[in-house]
Structure formats: C-alpha cells, structure tokens
Ligand binder design. Structure first.
Ligand code: GRF
Length: 217
C-alpha cells in the first residue's frame, strides 16, 4: 500500500497539525503531508510546516469577493497535490457545499466537544454552564452541515468540580492530539471510511452514531 497524500488546512497554532506530523515521523501513520494550507499568513502552523519541510500554501480569504471564489481557489491549489485526505485542523472558515462535496468521504475535522453537543464556538464554557459531567472532542467526516457530519472517534473526559474553561480546554486539546492522529492512521490504512449511505465504518463494521470511544481516564 502506498502512503496516502494528505493536505492539512489550518488557521492558527497548528498543534493538531504537529501531532499528525509527529505521528507520521514515528511511523504510526502511513501517510505524508503533501502541503499545509492556511488562510492566515501569520498562522504559527505554517512555521511548523516549514520546520518539517512541508510545502505551505497561503490563500487569504480577504483577497476574494465571495466564499465561492475563495473555496474554488483552495480546490485548485489543493488538487495539485492529488490528496487522498483533507484534514481540517483549526481551519476557521465555513466551507461551501461545493467544497465539501468535492472532498466528500475524504475530509476530516476535529471539534472540541462531544458532538452532537455544542457545535460552533465556546464549547468548554457551554459544557460547564450546562453542568455536564463529561466533555471532550470528536473527529468527524465533514458534510455540508457545520460540525454535523458522521462521527469517527470521540474522547470523553470527566469534568472535575475544579475545572474552568481554560483547564478544560487544555485537557481537551491534549485528547485531540491522541485521537486526530489515530483517525488519520486508520484512514491512511484503509480502515476508516464513510459509506455511500453516510455511515462511518471501521474495519468493515459500522460504528455507532457516537463513533469509536477513546477512553483514557
Ligand atoms: C482545536 O481545538 C480544534 O478542536 C478546533 O480548533 C483548534 C485547533 O487547535 N477545531 P490547533 O491549531 O490544532 O492547536
């Protein structure tokens, strides 16, 4: 099996990108990151890509009149790398239906909540405000519904009485660095896929709606 070609999209720090770079370097993931694309020139993740010798693409959304034009420019740039997998790692732009359809079944996202709870922003505070016993993060396939695609892996964490949004964010972020490389590992090994009916399959078995549960505490 040849290594899968991966394009990672970022807007910020890129710690999830780093976790995937490290997982490839250690041999966990049978893939290679063909390029890292950022919509922000100052994103620290671009430095991480440079250090790892990965080509960087900067496409500033502000240079485009419409979301459609921006997404078309991204597709054009991304497809020169013939990617098998698109990894959204803190990419802070809403994608058009056309972009999502173009990469249907081969685009993953990570979200800092136990989806379907808390789509969108401020997830840690919302989990605390709701008095939830658990919080966590989710890797899912991307569909046209924002943070609404079928779930691949979840890492649930117990919320402690002493937790605040910052402490939760820190622990959730650490869990992200475990489950995102794992999902990418499985995808690159042809173990994880999205069926035509929209079900997530791991090793040929359909996962439950909450995805594979990664338990660590
Ligand atoms: C993560 O919390 C991820 O869940 C969300 O954006 C953040 C990206 O963090 N989608 P980083 O840039 O990978 O450090």
């Amino acid at each position: 099996m040849t290594d899968k070609s991966i394009v990672v999209l970022i807007s910020g720090s890129g710690s999830n990108l780093q976790a995937i770079i490290d997982a490839i370097a250690s041999g966990q993931v049978a893939g290679r990151i063909a390029a890292v694309l950022s919509n922000k020139a100052e994103a620290f993740g671009l430095e991480r890509a440079k250090t790892a010798g990965i080509p960087q693409i900067i496409i500033n959304h502000k240079d485009y009149d419409s979301r459609e034009d921006f997404d078309l420019a991204m597709i054009e740039a991304i497809d020169t790398y013939a990617p098998d997998l698109i990894v959204l790692a803190g990419f802070m732009r809403i994608l058009t239906a056309e972009f999502v359809r173009h990469y249907q079944g081969r685009m993953l996202n990570i979200h800092p909540s136990l989806l379907p709870k808390y789509k969108g922003l401020h997830t840690h505070q919302r989990a605390l405000d709701a008095g939830d016993a658990q919080h966590g993060c989710t890797v899912h396939f991307v569909t046209e519904e924002l943070d609404g695609g079928p779930l691949a892996i979840q890492a649930p964490l117990n919320i402690h009485a002493t937790d605040n949004a910052d402490s939760l964010q820190l622990r959730v972020h650490r869990a992200e660095h475990d489950i995102y490389p794992l999902a990418v590992e499985w995808f690159c090994a042809d173990r994880l896929s999205l069926s035509v009916s929209g079900a997530v399959q791991l090793d040929g078995t359909t996962l439950p709606p909450e995805g594979y549960q990664f338990i660590q505490e």
